[in-house]
Design a protein around this ligand. Structure first.
Ligand code: SME
Length: 156
C-alpha cells in the first residue's frame, strides 16, 4: 500500500468515526471539543490541535488539545488569521519562514489552518501544529476539510 493511499484511508476512517461521535449532539463547543481530541489522538506528529472562533472581529481560543495557547488573534494576523481572512486553507511547511507567525509553542515547525464556514459565514478556524517540518500536504488539506464539513453539518 502506498503512503498516499494510507493517508486517504485514515481520513475516510476518521470521517466515519467522527460522524458517529457527533451523532445526536448539536452543541458547537461539545462537538468541537470531541473533534479536537479525536484528531489529536489519531493523526501522527502533532503537538497542538484546536479551534479559534470568530468573535467581534477577532479569533478567540476554543476547545483544543496540547499545551496552553495564545487566546486572541486578529483576523489577518499569523497563520490562523491568514486562513480566516482568506476563507481558505493555509499550509505552512516551515512556520519560521511565515511572516507574522505567532509562536505559541516553540516545538511547532509546520502548521495547517482550515476555516470553518457555515451558511457562508466564518465561524472560526481549526488549527494543527506539528514539530515536523512540512508535516501537512494537499492530502491533509482535503482530508481535514472533509472532517470540518462533518463538524459543520453536525451543528445548528
Ligand atoms: N501559530 C498560530 C497561532 C496559534 S497556535 O499555533 C496554537 C498562528 O500563527 O496563527
Amino acid at each position: 500500500m502506498n503512503q498516499s493511499k494510507s493517508k486517504r484511508e485514515l481520513y475516510d476512517q476518521l470521517a466515519a468515526q467522527l460522524a458517529s461521535l457527533l451523532a445526536g449532539e448539536r452543541d458547537l463547543i461539545a462537538n468541537a471539543a470531541n473533534f479536537s481530541s479525536l484528531i489529536f489522538h489519531s493523526l501522527p506528529d502533532l503537538n497542538w490541535a484546536g479551534f479559534y472562533f470568530a468573535k467581534d472581529g477577532e479569533l478567540v481560543l476554543g476547545p483544543f488539545q496540547g499545551p496552553p495557547a495564545c487566546v486572541r488573534i486578529k483576523i489577518g494576523q499569523g497563520v490562523c488569521g491568514a486562513g480566516a481572512a482568506k476563507f481558505e486553507t493555509v499550509i505552512v511547511p516551515n512556520v519560521h519562514e511565515f511572516p507574522g507567525h505567532i509562536a505559541c509553542d516553540s516545538a511547532s515547525n509546520s502548521e495547517i489552518v482550515i476555516p470553518l464556514m457555515k451558511h457562508l459565514r466564518l465561524l472560526g478556524v481549526f488549527d494543527l501544529d506539528s514539530p515536523k517540518l512540512a508535516r501537512f500536504d494537499q492530502e491533509d488539506a482535503a482530508g481535514l476539510e472533509q472532517l470540518v464539513r462533518v463538524l459543520m453539518s453536525s451543528v445548528s
